[in-house]
Design a protein around this ligand. Sequence first.
Ligand code: ZN
Length: 354
Amino acid sequence: MSEDTPRKDAFIEMVTAKASVELRLSDYHPRSMLVVPEHGARRPRFPVIDYHNHLDAQDPRSVLRVMDECGVELIVNITMRVGREALDMIFKYQMAAPGRFATYGWMDWSDLQSPGFFRRTVDRFEDLVAHGACGLKLWKDLGTSISDAQGKLLPVDDERLAPLFEKAAELGVPIMFHTSDPDAFFLPIDPENERYEELAAHPEWSFHGSHFSKQELLAQRDRVFARHPKTTFVAAHVAERPENLEYVGHLLETYPNVFVDIGARCAELGRQPYTARKFFLKYSDRILFGTDLVPESEMYRLHFRFLESDDQYFEYPSHASRQGRWNIYGLFLPDEVLRRVYRDNASRILKRPL
Ligand SMILES: [Zn+2]
């Protein structure tokens, strides 16, 4: 061998070897070989209020069976019905088991194009609350697709909605905002997107290429929090920014009238257990337990495992298309934190006895 022909080195060969693999991503289901302790909590350590769920399609009796089995004291049903149907939904759950369900109203945009809409909206909200609604939810269509009579996109902080938020303060019920979506939904659906499979299953969830940015949408929402300090707001899904808990912490410190729920965000929180645990300890009086998933025993148990145990690397509770290819770690929250997050914070907002 001449001097300038590099010699093959067994170690360098080993560490540089690569293969181009052909395997359909949807056929790839690796199973973890880790042998680590497992604490599958069957019931929560304290009674639970699920502050974020959607029960319109459920039979109250089967939901109650799951609740009793899993130690869930109450579920807040965020109805997606409006008008007469919303009132019927409130009634249906009140009748099924008084004290075990509460209902949030859903913003009715159907007559936005007709004059007097903003006034009617306040009246409708008052009517919902008079019939027992415990809050009103504004969804991500506000700011992204709802247009006024002039065809102009309605920003989340449109001044014409101010009387609605003031009415909430007067009635003593919160407004819940689901504004925007995960960061990855604003990026191209490409091999670098960490939620590729989820977006492939729901391409309509992608906001990539929109003329509005996530940052701008959240800024609009946060301006509403600032303008209505007497109104209680729930920023759903960890304020839609669980990817950046520093931002959420800052939000909670800036606006004492804001709570966050953890609905459908165990995946995000559980993949950053050190940061998430500190966040829960620091803001334990501002975080609401919520699931945003079909009530099933296994789904609740995964939540309890996530919040209570120090289990490592297990599947997060999720809808069928999953949220990303990772697993989560338990937060082993102390009792006083669990009590607040599971129940006491929600009880305060719902004006139930602690
Ligand atoms: Zn929801």
